[in-house]
Structures are given as structure tokens and as C-alpha cells.
Design a protein around this ligand. Structure first.
Ligand SMILES: Nc1ncnc2c1ncn2[C@@H]1O[C@H](COP(=O)(O)OP(=O)(O)OP(=O)(O)O)[C@@H](O)[C@H]1O
Ligand SMILES: [Mg+2]
Length: 622
């Protein structure tokens, strides 16, 4: 159990409502609204986990773990809740339905104790959120200083960088929670493997949040006027009817965001930009470089970018950051490992015990090297191995070691990677094979891909994966993919990239290559009618398998499809990628291929000249 989040009389506030967990009711402008227990539980869960997708399964598992509850019942509860909150499913201010997936509580939530003081603890659910962070005072005050400048009308872009698990997200979460209500905050998360699939993926996520927030109507209105194509892509139409252009122009969006920020300073958080697509990077660059005053702050988190699988934008992200730094158009907050004192505080917080067993801090600090994710994992490991146990009776129970920490030296490997290795080593050969094949897909892996890689039955693999997700703490069920043939396939997620990396790296290269090729081929079969949609992903797998010729072919055929569909800029991008890849081919393979691609590229570019001209005008106007 974590520290008491909502103390007696503690309330969560959203718009005009306060959720009173102590008395299990809702307050609106001082009036008490009674709710039946079940809808109340649903609302409480949503409010305590705002701004993220909550799947039907998660909700059912969290609220009724022992009972079978028909998923349709949730719909009824949502209807009731919407009535009470005066919410509109079409234009949700509170509960957004994500069809076939679940719900998202979109209003911003703050915490109030009985005195109405800001209790400072957040309410957005994930492990890192809702907790105080340790040892990041200087970084928080740098972020605050940047926010002050933004309030004064100066746009700011901040990169928060550091290795996996160092606490980038935790820092940004903590900072956003401390921002006062005068700010609007919207976030977008880049997802590994999505960079090549969906243009502007994190940007669209953030825009969705902006529009769905309590004051979302205004944001929607501004987008309708200044960036209608963006609004249309969100599935919302402007009042003026169909957008004038189908193309999402970065300049339009920059202008719209700046206008949105006129009323309330706007904070855009883009998480894990090392996985961003090229278009998102382009937009970030435009936002940073525009000269007009704007109360706009962009915080981008990014890792060192040396993952086993390169994201589409890695090189250009580094280039972009360097370039902006040189021109003083952004700042970087590079997170260092936690000090020993901070590790001590972290342990005290995790164990909820002020004075720690002698030796524990030094041990964890040394082995985690100050990485909070590692530190927490080591602590969990010590507890799992029953090296740290809770001794004493209820009231006076304390965590005590069962031996000297030196005894654990051999047991706790120096690095988390090794700990993960150990954990994986405890699994059966079959389980290791399944997870290994999953790691070839990335952080998220659908069961069908694992089945394809291993040439096994998809239903059996799905069953095995769901067993693993239930049992292991580092894999969880992510949701369902609907495949073009109408079948559904569950997909799973490694809770941390490190697990995926360790699993991937420990495979022999030849085996990995076989898996990648099989996954690419299966993608080609499944999406035969829409190859263009998966071409980049196929190319990435062929490339990872060392089959560059096939990667090039996949990109070229997708480019042809794009041209047939008049999507010339997409075709150009695909051909440019094909060209870059073809240029890396061996001598005898590359000659004719490279020449042919250049020809195709020239043809396509001639057709798009109009588009490029338009982009230039937009940028000059800005
Ligand atoms: N300063 C801190 N104080 C307390 N806990 C922290 C701190 N920093 C990170 N943590 C905890 O460590 C874990 C990893 O942190 P976080 O997810 O923020 O890292 P990250 O740098 O964003 O990692 P990734 O690169 O994987 O996104 C989380 O459980 C988080 O709550
Ligand atoms: Mg993170």
C-alpha cells in the first residue's frame, strides 16, 4: 500500500465537482449528490486515473476482481454518471468513450484536503504519478523558471533527457501537478514502432486532450478556424463544414496553438520523443523556431536513443536538439543519477518507514547507481527473496533484513539488466521463447506476431501470453488489435523498455533474423490489401533481419500505392527512405535499384511541387 492518497475528508476536484471519497458522494457547488455504490466506484476509479485509457477489463478487474460483471453493465453506469455530471458523450468534458477499448477521464483533476489547501499529491494514477518525487529540487526549479518566462509571453522548449528509468516522466508529472490551474496541459506519448505507422501520433493525442478538456470548446473553435484539417483528423468537424484542405499543415497548427495559449498558458508534453515520427519532429522544430510571442511551453522527454531498434526520428531528433541548443531556442535538463540521500528518501518512501535498516541505502545506491527504476526494482527483489521482511506485530511492524547485505552481493546483480536476465532465466524455455519473439516486435507485441515468428498456432500463443501477463509483473495486456480479416488478436506490453531490450539482446542474431522475416511476411499477408499501411513496419523487420533488398521493395511498393492514392508527400517520404536503405546495399545489388528509385522520386517530387510551395509561404508568414 502506498501512502494515504486521499486522507479522511480528502477530495478530488474536477471542474465544479468534488469527489468525496470519505463520504462516498459527490459535491457540486456545495450541494451533495448521492450516488449508488457501483457508479460511485466507477467514477472514483476514473477520477483517480485521469488522462489515460482505462480498458473495460482494467475497470472490471480493479472494481470487481471476484465477481463476474457483464461488460455491458459499465455502459449503464457511464450513462448514469454522464447524467449526473451533465456530460455529453459526443463532446465529452469528463468521460470520453474510446469505442471498443474503454474510457478516459479527460477533465483535469486536482487534490484538495479539508482546508482547501493544495495537497500537492497528484491524482493521475500511474506508479510515478500521485507520489512525491525525491531529489529533483533543482530540476523542478529550472522548469518553474521556464514556466515563468512562458507566462511572460516567451515561448520555451525544454528537453528532459536521460537514460531509461532515470525519472524523466516522474519529473515532468511532478512538475505538471504543481502547475497552477491557470495553465492548460496536454500530453502526447510516442510509442515505439508507431513512428513509422502514424504521422503526428503524439500530437494528435495531445490535441485530442486539449479538445476534450473542460475548456475544450474554445480550443476546438480555434482549431476549426485556423487548422481545420487537424480538427477533421481528430474526427471533429468545424462549423464551416468540410475542411478546405486535407493536409495537416504544421504552420496552421502552430498558429492555432499560439492562439489557444493566449487565454491560458499552454503546456505541451511530448513523451519519449526518440520514437517520434519525422512529422512530429518537424512540428516541434517549427514551434521552437517561430518568432511571435506565445505563452507556449513544450516539454519533450527523450532517452539516449541507443535502443536495439532505432526509432524513425532518432538521428534527426539529436540533430534537431543540437541545432536548437546552438541557437538558444531550447534548453536541456539532463537528469543525473539520484544522490545517496535521495535514494535514502526514495527507500523510506517506498517502505513507508523513516529509519531504514543500516546498510540498505548504501547497498541499493551502489547497485542501482542512482537510477530510481533500478533502485525500486532492487528493493522489490530483496522483498521477493525474503531478504527484507516485515517483522513485529501490526502497529510496530518494521522492515528488517534477515542477514547481512554482503550476502546479497552475489544475489543482486550489478545492473538491472542482469536482474531482468535472472528473472527471465526463471521462466520455462517455452515462456522465454514467447517473450523473446514478442521482443522482436517492440514494446507492444500482438499475439499473432509471436505466433507468426514461432510458426505456432495463434490461439495457443494468445492463451500462453495472457497467462504470462497475469503472472509476470513486467508484461501486461495492452488491448485488442482488429486485423483486416476481421479477427481479433490480443496485444501485450512490456511495462518497461529495459525488459524488452534484455529479452531482445539475449537472442542469437540468426534466431532474431528468422523471427523478423516471419513477422514481416505475416504482416504482408495480413495486410495484403493495405500494404502501404504496414510497409515501414515490414521494412523495419526486413532491415533488422539484414534483408535490405526486401526492405527496399516493401517501401517501393508502398510508395506506388501512395502515388495511386494521390498521397504524394507520403510517396516521397517512402521513396526517400527506400533510397537511404538502397544506398546501404552491397555493390552489385544497389546500382540499378538506386537509379530506379531516384527516377521514381523525381517523378513524384515534380507532382508535389505545388504542395512544397504552399508550405514555404506558410512558414514565411509565421
Ligand atoms: N525522483 C524520483 N523520486 C521518486 N521516484 C522516482 C523518481 N524518479 C523516478 N522515480 C520512479 O522510478 C521509476 C522510473 O521513473 P520514470 O518512469 O519517470 O523514468 P523515465 O526516465 O521516464 O523512464 P523511460 O525512459 O523508461 O520513460 C518510476 O516508478 C518512478 O516513479
Ligand atoms: Mg518515461
Amino acid at each position: 500500500m502506498g501512502p494515504c492518497r486521499v486522507g479522511a475528508g480528502g477530495m478530488k476536484q474536477f471542474a465544479a465537482f468534488r469527489l468525496d471519497t470519505a463520504n462516498e458522494c459527490l459535491w457540486r457547488h456545495g450541494a451533495r449528490i448521492a450516488l449508488p455504490p457501483r457508479p460511485f466506484m466507477v467514477l472514483r476509479y476514473l477520477v483517480e486515473n485521469p488522462a489515460r485509457l482505462i480498458t473495460h477489463d482494467e475497470l472490471l478487474d480493479a472494481l470487481w476482481p471476484e465477481t463476474y460483471v457483464q461488460p455491458q453493465v459499465l455502459r449503464t453506469y457511464m450513462l448514469d454518471l454522464r447524467k449526473v455530471l451533465g456530460d455529453d458523450a459526443g463532446q465529452p468534458r469528463f468521460i470520453q468513450t474510446l469505442p471498443k477499448r474503454g474510457y478516459c477521464f479527460v477533465a483535469s483533476v486536482s487534490e484538495h484536503d479539508g482546508d482547501g489547501r493544495d495537497a500537492g499529491v497528484g491524482g493521475d494514477g500511474s506508479a510515478s504519478k500521485g507520489r512525491r518525487i525525491v531529489g529533483r529540487d533543482e530540476e523542478l526549479s529550472r522548469l518553474r523558471a521556464e514556466a515563468k518566462r512562458v507566462e511572460g509571453g516567451q515561448r520555451r522548449v525544454v528537453f528532459v533527457t536521460g537514460e531509461a528509468g532515470i525519472g524523466k516522466s516522474a519529473l515532468v508529472d511532478a512538475f505538471c501537478q504543481r502547475l497552477d490551474a491557470g495553465w492548460s496541459v496536454a500530453r502526447g506519448q510516442c510509442v515505439e514502432g508507431f513512428g513509422g505507422k502514424e504521422e503526428y501520433y503524439p500530437v494528435m493525442e495531445a490535441l485530442g486532450q486539449l479538445c476534450a478538456a473542460a475548456e475544450g470548446e474554445r480550443a476546438c473553435g480555434v482549431l476549426a478556424r485556423r487548422a481545420p484539417a487537424w480538427l477533421a483528423t481528430l474526427g471533429r468537424q468545424s462549423d464551416e463544414g468540410a475542411p478546405r484542405t486535407h493536409e495537416r499543415m504544421p504552420g496552421d497548427l502552430c498558429g492555432a496553438l499560439e492562439q489557444i495559449a493566449e487565454k491560458k498558458p499552454l503546456m505541451l508534453v511530448f513523451e519519449d520523443m526518440h520514437w517520434a515520427d519525422g512529422s512530429t519532429l518537424h512540428l516541434l522544430s517549427a514551434l521552437a523556431r517561430r518568432r511571435a510571442a506565445a505563452r507556449l511551453m513544450v516539454v519533450a522527454t527523450c532517452g539516449p536513443g541507443d535502443g536495439a531498434m532505432r526509432g524513425a526520428g532518432e538521428h534527426s531528433l539529436k540533430g534537431l536538439k543540437q541545432n536548437l541548443l546552438m541557437r538558444h531556442l531550447c534548453t536541456e535538463i539532463a537528469l543525473a543519477p539520484l544522490s545517496r540521500t535521495a535514494v535514502k528518501e526514495l527507500l523510506a518512501r517506498e517502505l513507508q518507514q523513516e529509519s531504514l535498516p543500516p546498510g540498505l541505502t548504501g547497498f541499493v545506491h551502489q547497485h542501482s547507481e542512482g537510477n530510481p527504476l533500478f533502485a525500486i526494482a532492487i528493493l522489490e527483489h530483496l522483498i521477493a527473496r525474503r531478504f527484507l521482511v516485515r517483522a513485529g506485530t501490526n502497529g510496530s511492524a518494521r522492515w528488517e533484513p534477515t542477514g547481512a547485505f554482503e550476502e546479497m552481493e552475489a544475489d543482486v546483480p550489478e545492473r538491472l539488466a542482469q536482474m531482468i536476465e535472472l528473472e527471465i532465466g526463471g521462466l520455462s524455455a517455452e515462456e522465454q521463447r514467447i517473450l523473446g519473439a514478442g521482443s522482436a516486435m517492440g514494446i507492444a507485441f500482438p499475439a499473432w506476431a509471436v505466433a507468426a515468428a514461432l510458426e505456432e498456432d495463434a490461439a495457443e500463443i494468445e492463451e500462453a501470453c495472457s497467462g504470462l501477463a497475469r503472472r509476470l509483473h513486467f508484461v501486461e495486456r495492452g488491448g485488442q488489435d482488429e486485423l483486416p480479416d476481421g479477427t481479433r488478436s490480443e496485444f501485450y506490453v512490456f511495462v518497461h523498455g529495459l525488459y524488452r531490450e534484455v529479452l531482445y539482446r539475449r537472442q542469437a542474431a540468426a534466431r532474431r533474423a528468422t523471427w523478423h522475416v516471419r513477422i514481416a511476411e505475416r504482416l504482408g499477408e495480413l495486410f495484403a490489401e493495405r500494404v502501404w499501411a504496414v510497409a515501414r513496419e515490414m521494412a523495419m523487420h526486413f532491415d533488422a533481419a539484414g534483408e535490405r533488398g526486401r526492405a527496399v521493395s516493401a517501401l517501393r511498393s508502398a510508395a506506388r500505392c501512395a502515388r495511386d492514392r494521390q498521397e504524394h508527400s507520403d510517396a516521397t517520404q517512402l521513396l526517400e527512405e527506400a533510397l537511404r536503405m538502397a544506398e546501404r546495399l552491397g555493390q552489385q545489388d544497389r546500382g540499378a535499384g538506386v537509379r530506379a528509385i531516384r527516377e521514381e522520386l523525381k517523378d513524384t517530387q515534380e507532382t508535389t511541387n505545388g504542395g512544397a510551395g504552399r508550405l514555404r509561404i506558410v512558414q514565411r508568414k509565421a
